[in-house]
Design a protein. Structure first.
Ligand SMILES: [Zn+2]
Length: 363
């Protein structure tokens, strides 16, 4: 085939590729191709594995699915929808000779962990570290409508109260208007056992920009358009890749569904607070203080309460997912627990039952 090379990967090779933390399973002889130095798998093979067929989905996109799961994508685009929630792929979808391809990294680090979560339940989650971004001399984004540091703190305090009611312990990186460095925020999370980390921010942009976006650490081997450097090395935060994307999915989907805000997607970044954290972690952007309508909204107590409730519900959902192995989308039912593929028929168990035992103390 001109323009790219093809090879059959042995099961062991795919184990190496997909043998990432929490996802180490054999995937079988999927046809792979390399475009621009990135390994891709053919979507025909992927959908066959999941039992997907063509489906009605996002207008203007090609959609596949089965039951209550639907996936929509478009060639040359990094926009990718699962159950109509937006994700930003690490690499664009490719099309060659009438076949569509998705990068192996996106398959192993995004699509499969969301469609078939097999969270390890590593370190039972009893505590949430809430990190209201900025503070003190660092106001973050500022407009005539709102000051980011104030919105972040207000949502954070409301979230604290809701999580306590739900039975969690809570640690605040700040509960007042003072400054602390990014390193200090990460250190608080890393010394809090059995915790997950939610950093709360609000955005700035051109006046028309609006919506909610949720960031997790870029997977190992990928760069991020938001990085100050184009580094792609493995980082401490990558040890939680599966947990990160599952937590992001649960919180983001609840927020989009409840607020009807513009869905700016679940995105990958190498922000400082995500790089060296050794806990499941997300950075949540609740809206644009620079947008006249949204800026007024995010500074109102009632909308701050809504955002806090969305994050709380997402966290509760995430914890439940570690027990049941269901997907993080609110509208999605239980995920399949069958293994992706194993030529020997003895791929390791999915870890769901182990997670269930360790999580049952939460509620
Ligand atoms: Zn910020």
């Amino acid at each position: 085939m001109p323009g790219h090379r093809r090879r059959n990967w042995l099961v062991m090779m795919m184990c190496v590729l997909l043998g990432t933390v929490g996802q180490a399973e054999a995937v079988g002889k999927w046809m792979t191709s390399t475009f621009d130095g990135v390994d891709y798998v053919r979507l025909t093979d992927v959908w066959r594995f999941y039992g997907f067929s063509r489906k009605q989905g996002k207008p203007g996109y090609v959609s596949f699915g089965a039951g209550n799961r639907v996936v929509s994508l478009k060639e040359r685009k990094q926009d990718f929808y699962m159950n109509n929630y937006r994700y930003i792929l690490s690499y664009p979808v490719q099309e060659r000779d009438g076949e569509m391809y998705i990068s192996a990294t996106d398959m192993s680090k995004l699509v499969d962990p969301v469609l078939r979560p097999r969270l390890t339940g590593r370190g039972k989650i009893t505590t949430v570290v809430i990190d209201p971004g900025h503070g003190g001399h660092d106001a973050g984004a500022v407009s005539a409508y709102a000051r980011e540091k104030d919105c972040n703190l207000a949502v954070g305090l409301k979230l604290r109260d809701k999580l306590r009611k739900a039975g969690f312990k809570v640690v605040m990186t700040r509960d007042r208007d003072f400054f602390l460095t990014l390193g200090e925020r990460v250190a608080i999370a890393n010394r809090t056992p059995d915790s997950l980390f939610v950093s709360i921010h609000h955005n700035s942009g051109r006046a028309g920009a609006s919506g909610i976006e949720t960031f997790t650490l870029a997977p190992h081997g990928t760069t991020s358009p938001f990085a100050r450097t184009r580094r792609s090395e493995d980082l401490a935060g990558n040890n939680q890749d599966s947990e990160n994307i599952a937590l992001a999915t649960a919180v983001h989907a609840h927020s989009i569904r409840t607020t009807s805000a513009i869905d700016r997607g679940i995105q990958r970044a190498r922000f400082s607070v995500l790089c060296t954290i050794r806990r499941p972690a997300i950075l949540f952007e609740g809206g644009f203080v620079t947008n006249p309508q949204e800026g007024s909204k995010v500074s109102s107590s009632s909308y701050q309460d809504t955002l806090a409730q969305c994050i709380c519900d997402g966290i509760v959902r995430y914890i439940r997912n570690t027990r049941t192995g269901s997907a993080g989308h609110p509208r999605t039912g239980g995920g399949s627990t069958r293994t992706m593929y194993s030529s020997s028929g003895n791929a390791r168990s999915n870890g769901v039952s182990a997670a269930g035992g360790s999580q049952s103390s939460i509620r």
